[in-house]
Design a binder for this molecule. Structure first.
Ligand SMILES: C[S@@+](CC[C@H](N)C(=O)[O-])C[C@H]1O[C@@H](n2cnc3c(N)ncnc32)[C@H](O)[C@@H]1O
Length: 234
């Protein structure tokens, strides 16, 4: 069973309040003219609105359960013909097409455990891009206050859906647990500092066009969130 399969049935209710990034990614998709590759497409939270805006999306995810939910969301929205969903690993995406835009929303790159794995993922994104194409993604790098606010406490994130964050600053790992009824799942997210991201992007052949601190396009200063708009060099 792939990571996320067990929670595919309640991922959408769990992330119901996460809406701030949708317009940001849809705007990038429209500006690119598509097609767009979304790495770690999940349940189509971003891919379906992109298709509804008229842009073709190829979505890759390692969880068949998440993709089944995405397929049904695309059907319900009447955009199945614009959403092409493929089971696969984002480090070796099953995509032969070259596209003007690759995206990886909602911190999914932090599922890559090590710097080497993150670099593999960045190189994979680079390899999918047309010359000059863009790779847009968001991650986080928490402050001490962010950590202290949530560490080690079960919080009811949505009715009947509980979330707990266990932070390990020494290994820079967030163990994020989610519980609904009898189902409990824990994911690990591995963060990096801004200079480390900049070094990996450079090694992957991606230049930074913009770095935002939030989806309203405020420049990154010292926010937890890092929203990168990068461009394939060469
Ligand atoms: C936080 S969800 C994000 C889903 C979607 N992009 C969104 O914004 O709602 C993370 C997704 O990453 C996928 N994932 C984790 N590791 C992966 C990997 N190595 N290759 C492909 N998908 C992966 C999970 O299956 C899950 O659907």
């Amino acid at each position: 069973m792939a990571l996320y399969d067990r929670i595919a049935g309640f991922y959408d209710p769990w992330s119901r309040s996460v809406v701030e990034d949708v317009e940001f990614y849809v705007d990038h998709a429209l500006a690119s003219d598509g097609p767009v590759v979304e790495l770690a497409v999940g349940t189509g939270r971003i891919a379906v609105p992109i298709a509804q805006a008229g842009v073709r999306v190829i979505g890759v995810d390692s969880s068949p359960g998440m993709l089944a939910v995405a397929r049904s969301a695309a059907d319900d929205a009447g955009v199945s013909d614009l959403v092409d969903l493929r089971v696969g690993d984002l480090r070796e995406p099953p995509v032969s097409e070259r596209v003007p835009l690759v995206i990886c929303p909602f911190r999914s790159l932090l599922h890559m455990t090590t710097e080497d794995e993150k670099l593999r993922a960045l190189r994979a994104a680079h390899g999918l891009l047309e010359p000059g194409g863009r790779f847009v993604f968001d991650v986080f790098s928490p402050s001490r206050e962010d950590i202290e606010e949530t560490d080690g406490r079960w919080l009811e994130r949505e009715p009947g859906i509980f979330e707990r964050a266990d932070w390990d600053e020494s290994s820079r790992t967030l163990s994020l647990s989610v519980r609904s009824g009898e189902i409990v799942e824990t994911f690990e997210l591995h963060w990096l500092s801004l200079p480390e991201w900049l070094r990996l992007l450079d090694e992957a052949g991606l230049g930074v066009d913009a770095l935002y601190g939030w989806f309203d396009l405020r420049p990154h200063v010292d926010e937890e969130d890092l929203i990168f708009v990068t461009r394939r060099r060469g």
